[in-house]
Design a binder for this molecule. Structure first.
Ligand SMILES: [Zn+2]
Length: 75
């Protein structure tokens, strides 16, 4: 009877291990490309640069600061 209990515990632990391995396996160090400017930054509005991972289809965006960040100019 004890052997069965031990086997059940081992199977449970094993399943938990496998589950955590699977969820961990999805995470990997993304290899971001150089990025593509998807929205050009203007003098006043920030732009958007999109990076995509070369190993998976994951994408991330980064804002490009507005180029003409000079205050006090008329116009
Ligand atoms: Zn990736």
């Amino acid at each position: 009877m004890k052997k069965i209990l031990i086997s059940v515990i081992i199977i449970c632990l094993f399943s938990l291990c496998m589950l955590s391995l699977v969820s961990c396996g999805k995470e990997h160090q993304h290899a971001w490309d150089n990025g593509t400017v998807t929205a050009e930054a203007t003098c006043t509005d920030p732009g958007v640069k999109t990076f995509s991972c070369t190993e998976c289809s994951e994408t991330k965006t980064e804002s490009i600061p507005a180029s003409g960040f000079v205050l006090g100019l008329s116009g």
